[in-house]
Design a protein around this ligand. Sequence first.
Ligand SMILES: Nc1ncnc2c1ncn2[C@@H]1O[C@H](COP(=O)(O)OP(=O)(O)OP(=O)(O)O)[C@@H](O)[C@H]1O
Length: 493
Amino acid sequence: MPQALVIDDDRTIREMVRRSLEKVNVDVISAGTADEGLEAIRGEAPEVVLLDIVLPSVSGLDVFREIRSLDRRLPVVFITSSSESNVAIEAMQLGAFDYLAKPLDLPKLNALIQKAIETRRLMNIPVALPVGDAKPENGDQFVGRSPQMLEVFKSIGRVAAQNVNVLIRGESGTGKELVARAIYQHSPRSNECFMAVNCAALTETLLESELFGYEKGAFTGADKQRIGKFEQCNGGTLFLDEVGDMSQLTQGKVLRLLQEQKFERVGGNKTIETDVRIIAATNRNLEEMVKDGSFREDLFYRLNGMTISLPPLRERGKDIALLVEHYLNAACYEMGRTETEGVSSEALELMMKYQWPGNVRELQSVIRQSLLNSTSPIIIPSFLPGELLGETSADVATAASADPEISETGDTLPLSDLRLFVDERLLANSTDLYSETLETMERYLLTRILNETGGNQTRAAEILGITRGKIRDRIAQFGISLEKTVSIDDDAT
Ligand SMILES: Nc1ncnc2c1ncn2[C@@H]1O[C@H](COP(=O)(O)OP(=O)(O)OP(=O)(O)O)[C@@H](O)[C@H]1O
């Protein structure tokens, strides 16, 4: 029978926990002091520890650190009173499995302890992907050994030295910009500049100004001359991203430039010569666009000196595992997660089966999210974001249960799975579950990341991929106070 150790100076709590866990077939070892508890960990190797955060003459956090030094994989659940939420958040940051507030909700206690025991079991299964200790090399590494990616690398090698335009095709997030930079870096133009313009991000007039520049007075607001990218990049390489999104007018101008290497600034009549190598990229079907007349055929052929097609990640087989290893290594280093050992084989299997609609970019984000969710050295399925778990619910069900703490005020605690939260709100006959759930997730995410960054909003904005302004709005909206530790003010909602 699995064993849980409860360390609490309050006899009544110890007894209550014993009786409750007995019902779910968990044996309870009781300790009234920290020393007794540490002794029990050494001697009896429990699967999970329930630790009172306030013990006589010693801090629960210090005891927790000592437990970690004895066994880093042992899940520790803190017992707190509501006034200690800051300490509880700190405990979660240090890697606690979870925390429970007093008075103890016994069904919740039982579910959480069972989940911790399952997590502990999964920890003991050998690591499928070990994380190396080495600091990741500087710069972006192109990861891949699949036959399709080897073809891509060969094509880069073949085309880099030739002064031809290249068209890179592939779904969003497959690495088109990385290919463009690799071509540039291996080309004779590598000492000249490399610039990128996203054709989908600008309106027709702005894109024109960006590419060709304009003369003073060309249009209202053109109060001085501006040099465009084709001119700035003379001798270098210009990466035109999302080239399928250019208007017909811009397509015509770009075509002329490609044919003659000549252009005029907007509002100007002086012809300017330039020597730019174009690398274009698109995730759109240009052949179809040529057929329906929305993309010029002559431009298509001009851009397409050679095509490099990037396969979607789901077709790259074992590259997924290589990328997981690569990005886990990088994220652990960046986030100072020295205790992380790797990814369990179940979690890796889920990642191998997943369709990755956002390709490598999505994989990067999944790794970071999993790391932020993880409370143990091994990434197991329950730490993965929901979209990966949806695929094989039967496999995952055991590992991914959840137990958010919801008080009457609607306050929620951070947990990786929202299933129980939704169950509870359904039982409470909620009629606003969509926004309640989104808010719960947002609150947790914001608080968690701000804790992670020590309240640094710029860094938090980088991690979350949103603007600082949005972070500031949410801090105000959710009443998150930025003291030494980040906490949530319930009254602010
Ligand atoms: N093979 C790879 N190895 C390592 N990192 C990769 C690989 N492919 C892509 N990445 C990383 O994934 C992210 C997305 O790549 P990139 O921006 O090149 O994709 P893209 O195809 O240009 O996307 P979009 O079409 O949305 O502009 C980048 O951080 C990039 O470094």
